[in-house]
Design a protein around this ligand. Structure first.
Ligand SMILES: [Zn+2]
Ligand SMILES: [Zn+2]
Length: 240
């Protein structure tokens, strides 16, 4: 039997994260026909960052060149297949998409933590902080919303206060990888005792070059974290 449609859903029908129209059928998080649009990262992924790689490859081109600060990471979908959805989530106030994102990230979380083993299951989920100025404009930090949704399902506490952005870094979408890294150096600080000796999983909407995750991981490790991994909803493929 289908559960009754909540009255609020009738007044403000939930929008589908892919087509942005009211979801069909009622009560779903994504339309049946839209559910095939997000492209999973697949079975062949980089052992370090979780980007899709070829069958014979252990690491992606980026991770074979670079030493990352984090232990390992995973993502649910290829960025190109969900870029429109993520844009509306970040810039057009579609906070409700987080219900779908969180559910998918929880499935990835289960796979990923099983693969890493019990010793690497995180004690805390830490969202990548957004600048306060940008948070205020949008009304929410998208990474914090995702961390809360994921936490409801996987039952691991969220710590949104220990990691902060130190200065207002410039919008980085147009920068090269090197420019991003320089811009991000010292951009994050971790405070307090709650991260000490903890295994931490950083949560964000997207992973591209890893510069942001590395800068956050460095700050957390300097504050005494035992290990830092990450989980994102989407991940760029090499060359993006
Ligand atoms: Zn749809
Ligand atoms: Zn990689």
């Amino acid at each position: 039997m289908q559960s009754p449609t909540p009255i609020l859903d009738l007044v403000f029908p939930r929008r589908c994260p892919i087509c942005d129209k009211p979801v069909r059928p009622y009560g779903s998080l994504i339309c049946e026909e839209c559910a095939v649009v997000p492209q999973p990262v697949g079975d062949c992924t980089c052992f370090k960052c979780g980007k899709p790689v070829g069958e014979q490859e252990e690491y992606c081109a980026d991770c074979s060149r670079k030493k990352h600060m984090y232990y390992r990471g995973a993502a649910s979908f290829r960025y190109r297949s969900v870029s429109g959805s993520l844009y509306r989530f970040k810039y057009e106030g579609r906070r409700e998409y987080a219900d779908y994102y969180g559910r998918e990230m929880a499935l990835t979380f289960d796979r990923f933590t099983q693969e890493m083993g019990a010793a690497h299951v995180p004690d805390l989920l830490v969202p990548v902080p957004c600048s306060e100025q940008r948070d205020r404009k949008r009304g929410y930090n998208q990474a914090a919303v995702l961390a809360e949704k994921l936490a409801e399902i996987v039952r691991i506490p969220v710590d949104s206060s220990s990691l902060k952005r130190a200065k207002d870094t410039k919008a980085m979408r147009t920068m090269s990888a090197t420019e991003r890294q320089n811009n991000l150096k010292k951009a994050f600080h971790a405070y307090g005792n709650s991260v000490r000796l903890k295994s931490i999983m950083l949560i964000d909407d997207i992973y591209t070059t890893g510069a942001t995750v590395d800068a956050c991981a460095l700050a957390l490790l300097e504050a005494g974290a035992r290990e830092v991994s990450f989980l994102t909803f989407a991940i760029g493929e090499n060359g993006l």
